[in-house]
Design a protein around this ligand. Structure first.
Ligand SMILES: NC(=O)C1=CN([C@@H]2O[C@H](COP(=O)(O)OP(=O)(O)OC[C@H]3O[C@@H](n4cnc5c(N)ncnc54)[C@H](O)[C@@H]3O)[C@@H](O)[C@H]2O)C=CC1
Ligand SMILES: O=C([O-])CC(=O)C(=O)O
Length: 345
């Protein structure tokens, strides 16, 4: 238990570290769909180290029992079980889950945009969302699979079609953008990255990722500003290039996913004031036809507790937001249109 506490403290961000408690008060089942993948494996590892998780259910079309057997030897209290499409399958994996993380889907190769993944990942997410809507309609669903701007609306439409949609329980995981924005500013300003917490709003691809440096009291100018914004917006591409065809960010994403899950668990277990930026069904720009938007969201026992407004932004940031909203609207509409035409059985 001591080791778990130390590792958890070192992997989660500043907000988590200030408030971290190692006491698991509730029985909490967490499911990972796509658990044998590049993100799924380290994410499952980090969840095994989280004392708030009491049962870990790992599903993949291949390899999950092996990952589960491996992780189950770690000396923390939670139980771990792997599931494949055959046998007990996804239904048993999901039944009773409080949190379902979905990193299942193909990653990018150099030269691709996240939207290029749509054709493959839309149907994967749709089918997993159907399984979750049937087996654990009240769970918190955390969508990691790209393109997040579209896969979240797809998930929502599936839940709506089954009459179990609760907008407070559906989250697009954009935590990695916050992690990057915080890390990259710390490199420019020589600060401790663990104490930075840059708000990032919008969505999760290129120009839809809008870091709000002004809200952290920072002003960058000229080329330095442009390079910073580009690095945050295209941080994913930096990793895709460096991996040279072997995939996209997995380890930093696992950390980001585990951080978001930890925030939800803390809020579910009664801690107040837990705030994370996340891409949710949001009223903020509905009047402009943008029905999902990432902003600071206070989490609570019912999922989304309060969606904070974007707040004061600089003129430059307003320009970024205008571009973001245009792209986001078309990403959302694409997902909704596709799933309505391809809902299947
Ligand atoms: N939201 C974010 O910030 C980020 C999202 N991503 C996205 O996460 C996704 C996964 O990335 P990686 O783990 O690197 O890919 P990966 O290819 O290493 O792993 C994906 C896993 O999903 C499994 N899978 C495929 N279809 C499935 C199905 N129907 N049911 C269950 N499992 C299924 C595969 O067998 C594989 O194990 C990609 O779409 C990627 O773009 C990646 C990084 C950051
Ligand atoms: O870039 C990608 O394709 C994976 C991703 O979403 C990220 O690293 O932010």
């Amino acid at each position: 238990m001591f080791a778990a506490r130390q590792i958890s403290q070192s992997v989660f961000g500043a907000v988590q570290r200030r408030t971290f408690s190692a006491t698991a008060s509730n029985a909490t089942k967490v499911a990972v769909l796509g658990a044998a993948g590049g993100i799924g494996q380290p994410l499952s590892l980090l969840l095994k180290l989280n004392p708030r998780v009491t049962e870990l259910a790992l599903y993949d079309i291949k390899g999950a029992p092996g990952v589960a057997a491996d992780i189950s030897h770690i000396n923390t209290k939670s139980t771990v079980k792997g599931y494949e499409p055959s046998g007990a399958g996804i239904k048993e994996c999901l039944t009773g889950a409080e949190i379902v993380l979905i990193p299942a889907g193909v990653p990018r190769k150099p030269g691709m945009t996240r939207d290029d993944l749509f054709n493959t990942n839309a149907s994967i997410v749709r089918d997993l969302a159907k399984a979750a809507a049937d087996a654990c309609p009240e769970a918190n669903i955390l969508v990691i699979a790209n393109p997040v701007n579209s896969t979240v609306p797809i998930t929502a439409e599936v839940f709506k079609s089954k009459g179990v949609y609760n907008p407070k329980r559906l989250f697009g995981v954009t935590t990695l953008d916050v992690v990057r924005a915080s890390r990259f500013i710390s490199q420019l300003k020589s600060t401790d990255p663990a104490t930075e917490n840059i708000t990032v709003v919008g969505g999760h691809s290129g120009a839809t990722i809008v870091p709000l440096l002004s809200q952290a009291g920072y002003t960058l100018e000229g080329a330095e500003r442009d390079e910073y914004i580009k690095r945050v917006q295209f941080g994913g591409d930096e990793v895709v290039q460096a991996k040279g065809g072997a995939g996209s960010a997995t380890l930093s994403m696992a950390m980001a996913g585990a951080r978001f899950a930890e925030s939800l668990l803390k809020a579910a277990q009664g801690q107040s004031g837990v705030v994370e930026p996340t891409y949710v069904d949001s009223p903020l720009y509905k009047d402009q036809g943008v029905t999902y938007f990432a902003s600071q969201v206070e989490l609570g026992p019912n999922g989304v507790e309060k969606i904070h407004p974007v707040g004061k932004v600089s003129e430059f940031e307003q320009g970024l937001l205008d571009v973001c909203l245009k792209d986001l609207k078309s990403n959302i509409e694409k997902g909704e249109k596709w799933v309505k035409e391809n809902m299947g059985n």
